[in-house]
Write a protein that binds this ligand. Structure first.
Ligand SMILES: C[S@@+](CC[C@H](N)C(=O)[O-])C[C@H]1O[C@@H](n2cnc3c(N)ncnc32)[C@H](O)[C@@H]1O
Length: 272
């Protein structure tokens, strides 16, 4: 019975890159199996399985179905309306944690546009003696971050703040994965991105640089001298971002680092 269900699911999901694996994951989720699949499914579980397969066939991403996703060595809730964290942001988190661990005293960090809270949580877990703030303009993101912090037993200062408006004091490190997709490109994104991630999390304005410009222009007011800004950018934005940093005139050691596939993805700068 299970093999028949798996065959049906894989056929239904044949347009996805790994139909067999997809069907197995749906079946495991439907019956709450952890590892080994049971020989039989109850009618309730089989119905749940079919609905999950149909949802995947419509392009609904796994985190939206499971409600959670893994990030580095922890798991976060990602409710509907909150940006689903991506693997490349784990690379930004690792980079930020390396800088964060080296900072002397009791440093302060800010995660601008925290979404589900992943960057702030990674920092707070890496260094419990530091003070980590997480801000987002979205009410849902703020609620998700608070819930994730509580669940992981991590202390975060979480605020709903359109950009820097409710951010107190100066920080030693600002991390951000800001919206950087040009508005006109959003309709061209894959269905599972444009239909499930909130538009506010993606939309970087007419040239994609609206929030990057804000972070480069206003970030220095919120950094101590020598403080770091580490920020994810679009893969075709390197030159424009470095030009913006130069124009702002407040950054030293400004550079863009590649991700694991060699694409230029992470702005690194220090406040003068
Ligand atoms: C690409 S998502 C990144 C979320 C999370 N940091 C991550 O990497 O998974 C961008 C986030 O910025 C938030 N955002 C958009 N505009 C903002 C603004 N003006 N002020 C603060 N947050 C904003 C969105 O709500 C969204 O959660």
């Amino acid at each position: 019975m299970v093999s028949e269900l798996l065959r049906w699911g894989a056929a239904r999901l044949r347009d996805l890159p790994e139909p067999g694996r997809e069907a197995r994951r749906a079946l495991a989720l439907a019956c709450g199996a952890n590892g080994v699949l049971p020989p039989k499914l109850s009618p309730l579980e089989a119905g749940r399985y079919r609905r999950l397969v149909e949802a995947r066939a419509r392009g609904i991403p796994w985190p939206a179905l499971e409600g959670t996703t893994a990030f580095l060595d922890f798991e976060v809730f990602v409710p509907p309306g909150v940006f689903i964290p991506r693997p490349e942001t784990e690379e930004l988190a690792e980079l930020a944690c390396r800088v964060w661990r080296e900072l002397p005293g009791h440093p302060r960090a800010l995660d601008w546009g925290t979404g589900s809270g992943v960057l702030a949580l990674a920092l707070a877990r890496a260094r419990p003696d530091g003070e980590v703030w997480a801000v987002d303009a979205s009410r849902r993101a703020v609620a998700a971050t608070r819930r994730n912090a509580q669940r992981l037993g991590v202390r975060l200062h979480v605020r709903r703040s359109p950009s820097f408006s409710c951010v107190p004091g100066q920080f030693h490190l600002i991390v951000a994965n800001p919206p950087y997709v040009p508005s006109s490109c959003i309709p061209l994104l894959p269905a599972d991105v444009k239909n499930f991630d909130p538009k506010r999390a993606l939309d970087g304005g007419p040239d994609g640089l609206r929030w990057i410009r804000e972070l480069l222009g206003r970030g220095p007011d919120h950094l101590v001298p020598g403080g770091f800004l580490l920020m994810e950018i679009g893969r075709d934005q390197r030159e424009r971002v470095l030009r913006l940093a130069q124009t702002a005139g407040l950054w030293v050691e400004a550079r863009v680092l590649p991700d694991l596939s060699g694409k230029p993805r992470f702005f690194w700068g220090r406040r003068c």
